[in-house]
Write a protein that binds this ligand. Structure first.
Ligand SMILES: Nc1ncnc2c1ncn2[C@@H]1O[C@H](COP(=O)(O)OP(=O)(O)OP(=O)(O)O)[C@@H](O)[C@H]1O
Ligand SMILES: [Mg+2]
Length: 277
């Protein structure tokens, strides 16, 4: 049995309540640095519990349909002569639905047979991808930027299509400086080349309050800008867009819009649930 198989078997035993071995018998590969959730196997899939995620069981729900349209647009905009595979999701101010947009878009892409997706939680202020997916937040992207973990070590397969995620990792005191470092620039360039055939989607903090969102926008190929109805003011949106000048702005996602039920154009989207589009 390989080391990885042994580690997975041991992790499964621990999850099933088997007593942990005395510290002296613990294998080095089970020490805390490697205690992020073990690789997901066919029988141990992540089952997201958030009501805001598109349903894996109902790919034809109105919400899934909206994300399918967004996905189609994104593919058109990023797959040309070269594949512009690194995409950041941001907004002007907090709480506009960046993380849910990034996650639902990533799920929608990954459910299509030929799209492998790596979703990275690059929001070190309010990381949330792990909680939407119901996974533990241990080592992650910040640890890689700090040079304390390798990207390969922190990737978590989800079992949702071909979706893998990297959680935010440990809290850091200085996100703007960290994102502005040469190491971050090199790491993102390296990931873009190493995973050149997969989408890499970065969930990020909002642009107006946090400088690192603007820095990241200069390191990725494209930016998707989320605007939540009745949240950011027009002034906020204009300021944020002008702060992103020179970055590859791909387009805007208008989130949580109130659908006019009397408008015939929306006939097929009447059954909206908690997320309205
Ligand atoms: N379309 C929607 N319909 C209903 N509620 C929504 C919608 N989009 C977002 N929300 C609500 O807003 C909350 C925040 O969403 P999300 O975490 O995606 O925002 P965010 O922009 O990533 O926030 P932050 O700035 O803190 O990172 C969700 O938990 C949900 O309650
Ligand atoms: Mg967020």
């Amino acid at each position: 049995m390989s080391r990885i198989e042994k580690a997975m078997e041991r992790a499964a035993q621990i999850r099933q309540g088997a007593a942990a071995p005395p510290a002296s018998q613990e294998q080095p590969y089970l020490r805390p640095i490697h205690t992020h959730p073990p690789p997901v196997t066919g029988t141990d899939l992540i089952v997201p519990s958030s009501p805001f995620l598109i349903s894996m069981d109902d790919p034809y729900s109105p919400l899934s349909e909206e994300f399918r349209k967004l996905k189609t647009e994104l593919i058109k905009l990023t797959k040309g002569a070269t594949f512009n595979n690194t995409v950041q999701v941001t907004s002007a101010v907090p709480n506009e639905g960046k993380s849910l947009t990034a996650l639902n878009l990533a799920i929608s892409l990954a459910q299509e047979y030929d799209h492998t997706v790596l979703l990275i939680d690059a929001d070190f202020r309010r990381p949330s991808i792990h909680s939407y997916l119901g996974i533990e937040q241990k080592i992650g992207f910040s640890d890689c930027l700090l040079g304390e973990a390798e990207i390969g070590e922190v990737i978590i397969p989800t079992g949702i299509g071909k979706l893998s995620v990297i959680t935010a990792g440990r809290g850091v005191l200085n996100p703007p400086e960290l994102f502005a470092s040469q190491k971050t620039r090199e790491l993102i360039a390296d990931m873009k080349n190493r995973y050149h055939d997969r989408f890499i989607i970065f969930d990020s903090p909002p642009v107006l309050p946090f400088a690192e969102a603007r820095t990241l926008a200069n390191l990725v190929d494209g930016v998707l800008f989320v605007v939540k109805e009745q949240l950011a003011s027009q002034k906020n949106v204009k300021e944020a867009i002008s702060a992103l000048k020179g970055c590859g702005l791909l387009g805007m996602v208008y989130n949580d819009a109130i659908v006019d039920r009397n408008d015939e154009k929306y006939t097929s989207y009447h059954r909206y649930g908690q997320i309205r589009r």
